[in-house]
Write a protein that binds this ligand. Structure first.
Ligand SMILES: *Cc1c(COP(=O)(O)O)cnc(C)c1O
Length: 333
């Protein structure tokens, strides 16, 4: 029995992902007991958190007899790349509506993988991604296809069920290892992962605090959207659970210069985790969330008596689009 029993699900990921101790990072910070949930190892064409959402979204598409998936994102979207891989695995056509223009040179990082995975890329330029997806959906219907639109970030009442189940997976692992987790720290962007974890924790009656570190949106926009998502997910599960803004611990203080504009804190966090644990995090999401976690330990908000799980949400393949910045001699000095 799980909290999502009865909801259609397609197996896409290598689950459960490992829950590991970060002994050497813990020692180097002299702080709380740190663990890591390895969703960079979900297995779908270099892994990542979106695989969890896609297990439910793709199942919904198959129930509806769709023949293609449409989704949207930035040109280096991890969500788009995992959607392309899920479509390939399930024999669906994948259309990706990406922000911006085709790159002038060869494609790299996630965009290279989108191409290898057989996705059809549509460049949206400066147009809003939502508008472009709708236009593409109508056009595909017109020519006789049966497209299914996966929302931005996979974040709707269907996708977040994957993260609710992920919370149950983490709880089962922690319990079997006799670990009582006080907090989970996770990168928050479209909000689906955090909303799903909060939904899962409430459905299971867990005390754990789930702290989202903003990678993209400010709290005024992010929190009301996550409240709505959690409510709609609970409804989908037939659970009468109440959610309000107080359920969402969220910090926008590490946004720096904004989405996908990392700075020194991310650069240092990436190098610290790599050199103490042999684990890679990316500049846009997980490096920023880890930089936030490290700062919260240093300033004493996260205290040495706690056990904290850093949820590694993936993004590693996006790193190769950042090799100039990662290797920058300016930051090295
Ligand atoms: C999408 C993504 C996130 C954020 O998840 P949301 O559900 O969009 O909040 C975090 N890390 C990585 C690597 C991602 O690709």
């Amino acid at each position: 029995m799980t909290i999502v029993d009865g909801i259609p699900r397609t197996s896409l990921g290598h689950l459960p992902t490992p829950l590991e101790e970060l002994y050497r990072l813990t020692a180097s910070l002299g702080g709380p007991r740190l663990l890591i949930k390895r969703d960079d190892q979900t297995g779908l064409a270099t892994g990542g958190n979106k695989t969890r959402a896609l297990e439910f979204l793709v199942a919904d598409a198959l129930v509806r007899d769709s023949d293609s998936l449409i989704t949207a994102g930035s040109s280096q979207s991890n969500h788009a790349r995992q959607t392309a891989a899920a479509a390939a695995k399930c024999g669906l056509i994948c259309h990706l509506v990406l922000q911006g223009e085709p790159p002038p040179g060869n494609c790299t990082g996630n965009l290279l993988l989108d191409d290898l995975l057989g996705a059809r890329v549509h460049w949206a330029g400066a147009r809003r991604l939502g508008q472009s997806m709708q236009a593409l959906e109508s056009e595909l219907h017109r020519v006789g296809h049966r497209p299914y639109v996966v929302p931005y970030g996979g974040s709707n009442e269907v996708g977040i069920l994957g993260y609710a189940l992920g919370m149950e997976e983490l709880h089962t692992q922690a319990t079997s290892q006799a670990i009582r987790l006080n907090r989970v720290v996770v990168a928050s962007a479209s909000g689906g992962q955090q909303a799903g974890l909060v939904l899962g924790a409430k459905a299971l009656g867990l005390e754990v605090g789930i702290l989202g570190i903003a990678a993209e949106k400010r709290s005024a926009e992010a929190i009301p959207f996550m409240v709505k998502l959690a409510r709609s997910g609970a409804q989908k599960l037939g659970l009468s659970l109440a959610f309000d803004e107080s359920d969402f611990l969220f910090s926008e203080q590490y946004l720096g210069r904004g989405y996908a504009r990392p700075g020194r804190a991310e650069w240092e966090a990436i190098r610290l985790l790599a050199s103490t644990e042999g684990i890679l995090v990316d500049p846009v999401y997980t490096g920023r969330a880890l930089a936030g976690l490290i700062d919260l330990v240093r300033v004493g908000v996260l205290t040495p008596d706690e056990s904290i799980c850093f949820w590694h949400t993936g993004g590693t393949s996006g790193m190769f689009a950042w090799s100039d910045w990662l290797g920058s001699s300016e930051l090295r000095s």
